[in-house]
Design a protein around this ligand. Structure first.
Ligand code: ADP
Ligand code: MG
Length: 512
């Protein structure tokens, strides 16, 4: 049988010879086992193998790359010989020197005289390696362009976001949102920016999912990172492995670098603005302090006279009831004015403290007692957390009582319908701290800016004169301390005052 076939092949090959020689391409005849029966010189020049190295060898074993060999043999047996494959296929072949060529084949089955009996295959191949390489290169260039475009779009959007000068958290949220579109699978990619224990953006954790991460280092201090996570859904969303391209790694590095710089710049600007703000504020308070001191002084003198003379006159025995009543009103009004002036003097630090060692804890225990029934009536729960071995500070006890009273009254007034009043003391090596915190109505940023100004009040005339916090400010300053306030509308207010344990020599000026 084999012999008959060999004779037949020889006949076919002889018949085809002129055509084989004329064709500008590889011509190849394989038997049904894939053995090379006949070919033209193009196969030799394409593969680098000589005639004798090719003839009678198995096509697949000699020329098909190992990885593709078995599938190619299977395909040959199942489809090509049975005529089920299309007329045109492209295969890769290995040259003698180990190179790769891409060949596009047109093929036809060779049949025996008995129709239907396939004995081999005639194939004509064109080396399309140059075209394939060119296409590959174009595709590569296209992909590179797409990546570059994504990168530029991402960096451009980032510059735009940074330029908007929004608060840092908002800026980071916006930047986290523009990172996934720069990646291959935006729909299943999330980006999380972490900075100082806060997270912005995706907030996914990378457990089990492929992730890329770059550190955020600001002024050489590691402060967080940007993490990009790709979470393929379970139902067969095909992604490449690994799901990140080298370009994407590089992009994330660039984004992290630019973001670190942007954060650094933003923080520097914010600090500068905050310092300028504080300076402006202290400057304003200092100027108002000077003015107030002058006015208080000027008014005090005549007031002493008014009060003195009114009291003297009221001692006269021959006046009408009406005049007594008028004099009484003058005395009351003058006493009220004296109180106001006294407060203004506290604010402008015209009342130097008479210092003795004061235990802030004792002062609170004694002071809160006065408010207990009022708190109970308003449904306010008072919580005291007093540091056990709180050191004494050198201070004017009656002035500190005023500080505590004013803060407590404000807190109670801020909680008309129940709430919590939290009073705490604490200390470190240098300072003793007093904290008065309420869960009341809170303040707008606009109110917060003005609370220390004398006569600033948001309360109606019976409730407030707007001098409480001015007095607190003056007293704390004259004790070398400082005040820190945090408040949010609807979320309560926290006053934290610190008094130094060791006092610097008192300053002359009146800054905040
Ligand atoms: P007054 O209490 O007489 O209004 P203050 O100087 O004590 O004056 O306070 C000034 C303003 O600060 C108040 O009118 C109020 O708007 C605001 N304020 C002070 N403390 C609080 C607080 N604990 N909660 C909400 N707002 C406060
Ligand atoms: Mg008040």
């Amino acid at each position: 049988m084999r012999k008959v076939k060999a004779v037949m092949f020889k006949r076919i090959a002889d018949l085809c010879q002129p055509a084989i020689e004329l064709t500008k391409g590889i011509i190849l005849i394989l038997d049904q086992d894939g053995r090379i029966i006949s070919f033209n010189e193009f196969l030799e020049s394409t593969t680098g193998y000589s005639y004798s190295e090719l003839i009678q060898k198995n096509w697949f074993d000699l020329l098909i790359p190992e990885k593709e060999r078995e599938p190619a043999k299977r395909y040959f047996r199942r489809f090509i010989l049975r005529g089920k494959s299309s007329q045109k296929i492209v295969t890769t072949i290995m040259t003698r020197s180990g190179g790769k060529r891409f060949i596009e084949w047109h093929h036809k089955r060779l049949e025996d005289d008995t129709p239907g009996e396939v004995i081999g295959l005639l194939a004509i191949g064109q080396d399309i390696s140059a075209r394939v390489e060119h296409e590959k290169q174009l595709l590569n260039e296209r992909n590179q362009l797409i990546e570059r475009n994504k990168e530029l779009t991402c960096l451009y959007s980032m510059t735009k976001i940074v330029g908007k000068n929004k608060p840092l958290p908002q800026m980071l949220e916006s930047i986290a949102a523009i990172i996934p579109p720069a990646f291959q699978y935006p729909a299943i990619t999330t980006a999380t920016i972490r900075l100082d224990q806060h997270s912005y953006g995706g907030r996914e954790t990378a457990i089990g999912s492929p992730a890329l991460s770059e550190n955020l280092t600001i002024q050489e201090i590691p402060r967080g990172n940007i993490e990009v996570i790709c979470t393929p859904p379970e139902n067969g969303y095909k992604i490449s492995n690994p799901p990140f391209l080298d370009e994407e790694r590089a992009l994330l590095r660039t984004v992290a670098h630019h973001l670190s710089l942007a954060i650094e710049k933003k923080e520097a600007l914010d600090n500068k603005a905050e310092m300028e703000n504080q300076l402006r504020h202290s400057d304003r308070l200092a100027k108002i302090g000077q003015l107030t001191a002058g006015v208080a002084h000027e008014l005090n003198e005549p007031l002493v006279h008014i009060l003195g003379f009114a009291k003297l006159s009221s001692k006269a025995t021959d006046l009408s009831e009406q005049v007594y009543s008028d004099l009484d009103n003058i005395i009351k009004a003058a006493l009220h004015a004296r109180e106001v002036i006294k407060k203004l003097m506290f604010f402008s630090r015209q009342t130097p403290p008479r210092e003795t060692p004061v235990s802030l804890n004792r002062l609170i225990e004694d002071g809160i007692y006065l408010f207990e029934s009022r708190c109970a009536k308003n449904g306010i729960v008072v919580k005291k957390t007093l540091y056990k071995d709180l050191p004494s500070i050198k201070a004017d006890i009656s002035q500190l009582q005023q500080v505590f009273t004013n803060l407590t009254v404000n807190a109670i007034q801020a909680m008309p319908e129940e709430g919590k009043l939290n009073i705490e003391t604490s200390c470190d090596e240098d300072y003793v701290y007093l904290l008065v915190q309420d869960t009341g109505i809170g303040m707008t940023p606009e109110t917060l800016k003005q609370i220390f100004l004398p006569f600033f009040t948001t309360k109606d005339i019976k409730e407030g004169t707007g001098l409480g916090l001015s007095v607190v400010h003056g007293i704390v300053k004259s004790h070398g301390g400082s005040i820190d306030v945090e408040s949010r509308i609807g979320n309560g207010t926290r006053f934290r005052i610190k008094f130094p344990l060791k006092r610097q020599p008192p300053e002359e000026n009146n800054e905040s």
